[in-house]
Design a binder for this molecule. Sequence first.
Ligand SMILES: CC(C)(COP(=O)(O)OP(=O)(O)OC[C@H]1O[C@@H](n2cnc3c(N)ncnc32)[C@H](O)[C@@H]1OP(=O)(O)O)[C@@H](O)C(=O)NCCC(=O)NCCS
Length: 190
Amino acid sequence: MTGAATVPIPPRFETQRLVMRRWTDDDLAPFAAMNADPQVMRFFPAPLDRAGSEALVARIEAQFDQLGYGLWALELRETGEFIGFTGLLLQTFPAHFTPAVEVGWRLAQAAWGRGLATEAARQALEVGFGAGELDEIVSMTAWSNGPSRRVMRRLGMTHDPADDFDHPRVPERHPLRPHVLYRIGRPPSA
Ligand SMILES: CC(C)(COP(=O)(O)OP(=O)(O)OC[C@H]1O[C@@H](n2cnc3c(N)ncnc32)[C@H](O)[C@@H]1OP(=O)(O)O)[C@@H](O)C(=O)NCCC(=O)NCCS
């Protein structure tokens, strides 16, 4: 099932080190700075400019309104600093596994290497399998995105090479077009 949550999902969660919440206008500047960082965006065809970054937040917020879950803005509990997003995104582009709900993440460089993406993603999976009532959650990335694939493995997601696909939104012959798909099923306890 990839529909709207049938029970209300709180707009804000806390994990051990993070706040996961809906977006505010104060996030727009640090989010744009992060999306303009070529290192953060090295597995995407191009960085995003400020307008593209704001349009993405608008799309993210629209999905929250529609489904009750989405890509939560992440804030460090200790400092209140915005560090990126992690959450659930409904993917409807044409592919053998869509429509599907994807767990995804993008963090500013200063927040890498501390287990924060995995911590947030575990919470996102819990919401997706709990209130979201999803039977399966996927994750996808460019074949060469080792850091992201390590997060997927840490979450217990599995990769079947038969699921590999060319992302239709990446230009043909672009080196980032070949993608891997990881999957995780609803745990028996959820
Ligand atoms: C993908 C991305 C979120 C991964 O971030 P990350 O910090 O490496 O991932 P995690 O939060 O799982 O952290 C794990 C790393 O922190 C280390 N770590 C340090 N303290 C830790 C702790 N307390 N708990 C867990 N891990 C810890 C782990 O050893 C691991 O490092 P390793 O992968 O070098 O072994 C980050 O690289 C990113 O935002 N990249 C740009 C955007 C992008 O590519 N997004 C995905 C597109 S599909």
